[in-house]
Design a protein around this ligand. Sequence first.
Ligand code: 5CA
Ligand code: ZN
Length: 418
Amino acid sequence: MQAWRVPDMSRLAGSGGTVSVHDTAGGAVVAVGPPSGTARMYVCGITPYDATHIGHANTYVAFDLLNRAWRDAGLAVDYVQNVTDVDDPLLERATETGVDWRDLAKDQIELFRADMATLNVLPPDHLVGAVESMDLVTALIERLRGVDGAIYPVDDHDHPDLYFARAADGRFGTLSKLGAEAVEIFADRGGDPDRAGKKDPLDCLVWRLERDGEPSWPSPFGPGRPGWHIECTAIALELLGPEFDVQGGGSDLIFPHHEMCAAEGRVATGREFAQAYVHSGMVALDGEKMSKSKGNLELVSRLRAQGADPMAIRLALLFQHYRDDWSWTPDLLTDAEARLDRWREAVRRDAGVGSAETLAEVRAALRNDLDAPAALAAIDAWAGATLTIDSDDTEAPTLIAAAADALLGVRLQDDDRS
Ligand code: 5CA
Ligand code: ZN
């Protein structure tokens, strides 16, 4: 596997300035990150039961742009990502295929890391599994139990699992702003609105007591395993603290996942969970959201095996605005390959047209809600001019290549792909 590379921003001299992204809670593009020091970002990671598809890649490339834009603005970034390495879909897939759930998770995590590396996605500083976070999860549930009415055992004699009462959070709903349709969405996305014995259909599971044949961990409330949302709440609060800068993920996580995380976090700490909630759009294939459960997938590893240049895959993703929903088609890759060839040809020239304006445009586009399509258009214009106009700026090709690498994560010059 190729080593991770941290981009060298120093030659671009872009320190200072703010980075803005769209906050789902406030419904507006807002400045994110502190004026100086360290920006703190939590992005929801994979459930490792199947290979990385283009939808996942799109989401992690989007937050990679934010990571790079912050660094370019002179900030350090503390980036945390979880791995949902124990949950219903993973356990179900392991049972169906007759493999140990731990082996399935381990293999898929390795594949994910390799896929991300080939796409030049900077790794998070902490990649944290649920399995290694059981103490954090149980400590958070204990803390929530200390808040009147926040946690209760469901009224079920055989399995009095623990639930988080959404009524404990006065701001529940302010992220997704859903009405009655929330119940159906909750059911579609792993929730259990119809479970008997709950106080409210939207209360969410935090501790599932041991069942036959399921893995379990000891806890003060009996052996069991965590619900999904509490895992991310616990990991984020431990590693980043409350009011961290950005919680991110695909828009399928706005509800219930991020709504629940935010509610649990607020009730536990009395403070806002994240300062901004940022969501990437959904990628579809053949008209339907790409998803492991439906099986309509285009895999990064398959495209690679078919000979696709990973930088072209990345460019195909960057051609879409991160907040848009869009459909993957093979043409996107063909177009991206042509763009990559053009850019590579231009940066191989001994001289090009001046780069200062292009650099400013690329930087401004990315700092304005990660507008990668506008950044691509700026480099397209530079490459087009460089390839057609006699020019004498000998620094320009190197600077543009450095900017494409550092800001967009698109490697043009050193062709050292594995
Ligand atoms: N483990 C949880 C998050 S804690 C989870 O949602 N895992 S996942 O493997 O299903 O998705 C990983 C990330 O990819 C999430 O941020 C999710 O929002 C995003 N994602 C999943 N499907 C798509 C898609 N079709 N298009 C864009 N992003 C997607
Ligand atoms: Zn999550």
